[in-house]
Design a protein around this ligand. Structure first.
Ligand SMILES: C[S@@+](CC[C@H](N)C(=O)[O-])C[C@H]1O[C@@H](n2cnc3c(N)ncnc32)[C@H](O)[C@@H]1O
Length: 377
């Protein structure tokens, strides 16, 4: 298929075909499957060389149109047209965030299962697909390096940049309450930056580990931890997508103001959740949805915040129960409007949200059910 995939890239069916048919005849079978018309629509959605390549890319991670034009080396109108068809066929989903639109393979329902089965049937060593994957990695690497350059340039003043949002003292008090007093056996801070989270919560843990990719940030964190004499806290150079710790080892994991820099926040949440011990907690703190586009260019932000349900679902898919959610609004306690956080206040501040998840503890549940042992919740 490899080079044929390139050569066969001769669009196309008329735009009206699959998509409008699907829209106008939403035949839904009574059961869990798809009608034959829906299967055909889904297959047509994937049934073209470039679209199949796009589907394979979107099965790996989310991309926007700009990424895909760079990876596939095709014009934006072409890529957009393919994406539209595929979205209307139900095999990919799209979500808007500020002026960017992201796409990913559909991950629910029978169309999602069909899309996944199509991708799974592809030979991963196929030359064209392998080239696409390599280019996707190069695009992501360039972006990650740009972000790391930003952190490198700003490591020294990071603690003051953090004050872009609602008062830091307010965020830290809410985090302290959400996390609880511990004591924790092992607290892990992912994307630890200058180590503020370790400084704050390390004293509640027998051992605290902070991971970060950026050596400059780690150097500041190291100096800070030495200054405050927090001997139980250690720093590690590491990628939060692949933390070298076994499953279920940490009773507290924190990800504070990191996810909006990442290409693939869902995978980061899955990796963070993997580390959480049964009964343990994952606390994620990040911006609520906002529309400050300049933060992408100026401050290497990839995402303009996250909605309550958006991160809540990521946590649940990663096997956690969402215990609590809180919005800290710079204007006071008023909740955000229509899912869009109140825009920056006159001082340019943003709403910060906290998601607290817990890994179910099967043993405790079983004991409770049998009524033999009383365990505090
Ligand atoms: C905005 S800073 C936040 C630091 C810290 N959590 C805080 O609140 O002060 C984001 C940090 O995430 C780190 N980071 C970004 N991508 C990472 C990755 N893939 N793995 C580990 N750290 C990463 C950056 O190097 C940076 O230090």
């Amino acid at each position: 298929m490899s080079d044929a995939l390139q050569e066969m890239d001769q669009p196309r069916e008329p735009e009206s075909g699959t998509a409008s048919r699907r829209k106008s005849t939403p035949e839904v079978t009574g059961g869990q499957g798809l009608s034959s018309a829906q299967v055909l629509a889904s297959l047509r959605g994937a049934g073209e060389a470039t679209r199949l390549r796009i589907l394979a890319l979107l099965a790996e991670t989310e991309h926007n149109v700009k990424d895909l034009t760079q990876i596939l080396i095709q014009s934006q109108p072409r890529i957009s047209r393919h994406l539209k068809l595929m979205a209307e066929a139900g095999i990919i989903t799209r979500f808007r965030e500020g002026s960017w639109v992201f796409f990913r393979i559909a991950d629910t329902g029978p169309e999602g299962a069909l899309a996944r089965a199509i991708v799974d049937s592809l030979d991963p060593s196929d030359l064209t697909l392998a080239r696409d994957r390599a280019r996707a990695e190069a695009v992501q690497k360039a972006r990650a390096e740009a972000a790391q350059d930003y952190f490198k340039a700003h490591a020294a003043e990071w603690d003051s940049i953090r004050a872009l949002h609602v008062a830091e003292s307010q965020v830290e008090a809410a985090m302290a309450e959400a996390l609880g007093d511990g004591p924790f056996e092992l607290l892990v801070d992912l994307g630890t930056g200058t180590g503020r989270i370790l400084e704050l919560f390390g004293p509640r843990a027998d051992k605290a580990l902070g991971f970060d990719l950026n050596h400059d940030m780690l150097a500041y964190a190291r100096a800070k931890l030495e200054r405050v004499g927090l001997t139980q806290a250690q720093l590690r150079h590491g990628d939060l997508y692949n933390i070298p710790l076994p499953d279920g080892t940490a009773d507290a994991v924190v990800v504070h103001q990191v996810l909006h820099f990442l290409d693939d926040p869902a995978t980061a949440v899955t990796e963070a959740a993997r580390l959480v011990a049964p009964g343990g907690r994952l606390l994620i703190v990040d911006f609520a949805p906002h529309e400050l586009e300049f933060l992408r260019e100026q401050s290497a932000h990839r995402r303009l915040g996250f909605g309550r349900g958006q991160l809540g679902r990521m946590m649940e898919s990663a096997g956690l129960k969402l215990l609590s959610f809180q919005d800290l609004n710079p204007h006071g306690d008023a909740p955000s409007k229509n899912g869009i956080a109140e825009q920056a206040s006159s001082e340019g501040k943003l709403t910060v949200s906290l998601w607290l998840g817990q890994k179910p503890d099967a043993l405790r549940k079983a004991r409770k059910r049998n009524g033999k042992v009383e365990v505090a919740a």
